[in-house]
Design a protein around this ligand. Structure first.
Ligand SMILES: C[S@@+](CC[C@H](N)C(=O)[O-])C[C@H]1O[C@@H](n2cnc3c(N)ncnc32)[C@H](O)[C@@H]1O
Length: 553
């Protein structure tokens, strides 16, 4: 459905503050014949010839009064940025309604991209208020986040995750009845790949919204696929801030981070739903589940605990380090562990916490409290909670899941282990209870508070009694990237040892670099494969020989 936008205004008075006397003119919003970029053209009344063209890409509009606006336009007359001039125009419309309509038309045309060949328009209107995004996310975090996604190699990592890309492709194409003739928004389009899939599925028009510099490359990719690209408009800006000329029938997005919620992009997905989607519109994906199961992994626990042993030295060049042991022990146990894990470490069936993207309120994602309740299948040391996620594509023709569980084909999200500093022994059939409490923070991530308890069991145990409890607080933003223990038959052991050593070296350097760690939070892009098959591991070994293509540091 087209929005009822007016593009022509007359009579209006325009006062060029830098030069000419005021003139009564008509104004028209158009696309430039050559570049396709949006222009505001002023014509003398009853004249077809425009006497002034303003390029809207460098223009801002401010409200001076009910019918008066100030338009400031940047004009690059030279290549020297310091000599860039601005021109200002006082624009007077006849009524307040006209003034509002002019303002809406200005915003609409400023954001508009006409065809992929013309590039994109940045959403930087002078009138834009501080958005919900800027309100809750630290500027430094946002700038690092969008810088990360503005780089092609990180977008490539996403596209190279064939489990993810293939699942999205299949979900969109097999449900083409949902897309045929519909208007679609892609929330956080990156290279625009999902927008192209939506166009392949027959979408009437797709708005690809992307806040990072990747929007430019999305334009190029879309321009390089002409029959599809004609139905795609790239809009550079945050979904919280940009305007669309119409409501849309479907939202598509890939907003998931580690543990489903990391990156806090689900909030943007939900905001886009409330801003752009028609009621009863479809969302791909429409729901996600945080999946959890208790695990036992003695090697991992010892590995983490041993990291702090250095601080047990009583004579380190004559200095007693032990007073810092506690702090370092706590520090090592404040990082969740990211990796591809063998499903055999799980000691009970998983439970799920569902987030319905079609109805959840944005604020409900600020704090998520998941009650835990498991029954141990085997007697084992309990070392913590293993977490992963899946999302549902609830198409009209086919319903499918994107699954990131241990044992399923590995994705670039891997799985997450929350390791307790105090393990507990649990018997088979013993009940394990607790809470997983996630609290969002301004760094686009979450603090994880985990508490797990072994309940009393056996004859005579008092109902509901707790035998032992262990808890920890972890920073999801700063995970420890971990190499899994692989299980191999003896003749393959030496190859695996080589692989392990190489991978360890790479991951060690990754863990030691603060900046790389904070990036992993968004997109852990280690070319570490699932230990599902020996071939997978050997493939990874080859890939690791070439750090340029294998490690996103
Ligand atoms: C995980 S990537 C997915 C890219 C693409 N959809 C794909 O599947 O290849 C998420 C993208 O969303 C963008 N993004 C995140 N938050 C956004 C927001 N609030 N507004 C616009 N873009 C956003 C990021 O810059 C990034 O390119």
């Amino acid at each position: 459905m087209e929005a009822s936008l007016v593009d022509e205004f007359a009579p209006i008075s325009v006062d060029d503050l830098s030069l000419a006397p005021p003139a009564v003119v008509s104004a028209r919003f158009v696309s430039d014949d050559q570049s396709g970029g949006p222009q505001l053209r002023f014509h003398l009344m009853d004249s077809l010839e425009a006497f002034l063209h303003l390029d809207l890409r460098g223009a801002q509009l401010f409200r001076l009064g009910p019918v008066e606006l100030l338009c400031v336009v940047e004009e690059s007359r030279t290549n020297d940025a310091e000599k860039t001039c601005a021109r200002a125009f006082r624009i007077r419309l006849t009524t307040e309604v006209e003034s509002k309509a002019f303002h809406s038309a200005f915003k609409h045309w400023k954001q508009r991209l006409i065809g992929a060949k013309t590039g994109y328009l940045e959403d930087k209107q002078g009138l834009a208020p501080i958005s919900k995004f800027d309100d809750k996310i630290e500027a430094a975090s946002a700038s690092m986040y969008f810088h990360y996604y503005g780089q092609l190699r990180h977008q490539q990592t996403i596209l190279e995750d064939h489990v993810m890309t293939g699942t999205y492709y299949t979900a969109i194409i097999t449900n083409h009845v949902d897309f045929q003739g519909r208007v679609v928004v892609e929330v956080g389009a990156g290279t625009g790949i999902l927008s192209l899939f939506a166009a392949q599925a027959g979408a009437k028009h797709v708005y690809a919204i992307e806040a990072s510099e990747m929007a430019e490359h999305a334009c190029m990719l879309i321009a390089g696929n002409p029959p599809l690209g004609q139905r795609i408009t790239v809009i550079k800006g945050k979904v919280e801030e940009v305007e669309l000329p119409e409501e849309v029938d479907i939202l598509i997005s890939e907003p998931m981070g580690t543990l489903l919620v990391n990156g806090r992009m689900l909030e943007s997905y939900v905001i886009a739903r409330d801003r752009f989607l028609v009621s009863n519109g479809k969302m791909f994906p429409s729901a996600g589940r945080i999946c959890m199961a208790p695990f036992s992994d003695e090697h991992l626990f010892v590995e983490i605990a041993n990291k702090a042993l250095f601080w047990q030295q009583q004579n380190y060049y004559g200095v007693d380090l032990t007073s810092l042991y506690g702090s370092f022990f706590k520090g090592y146990f404040s990082k969740p562990v990211l990796g591809a894990f063998d499903q055999r470490i799980l000691i009970s069936p998983a439970i799920f916490y569902t987030l319905d993207f079609t109805s959840i309120k944005e604020e409900e994602l600020y704090e998520i409290n998941v009650p835990l309740n498991f029954v141990a299948s085997v007697g084992a040391m309990l070392h913590g909670l293993a977490c992963w996620f899946d999302v549902l594509f609830n198409g009209s023709s086919v319903q499918s899941w994107l699954n990131t569980a241990p044992g399923a084909p590995t994705t670039h999200w891997y799985q997450l282990l929350c390791v307790l500093p105090q393990p507990m022994y649990v018997m088979a059939e013993q009940e394990i209870t607790g809470h997983l409490h996630l609290v969002a923070h301004h760094g686009q991530s979450y603090t994880i508070n985990l508490s797990m308890s072994a309940k009393m069991w056996g004859p005579g145990a008092c109902q509901g009694g707790i035998l032992q409890t262990s808890s920890c607080s972890l920073d999801l933003q700063n995970p420890y990237c971990h190499i899994s223990q692989f299980y191999a038959v003896p003749h393959e052991q030496e190859l695996l040892n080589q692989f392990t050593r190489s991978q360890e070296a790479s991951l060690k350097s990754m863990n030691e670099s603060d900046s790389s760690n904070s990036m992993n939070e968004f997109d852990p892009s280690i070319t570490m494969r699932s230990p599902n098959s020996i071939q997978d591991m050997l493939d990874s070994f080859v890939a690791l020989d070439n750090p340029e293509t294998s490690l996103d540091l």
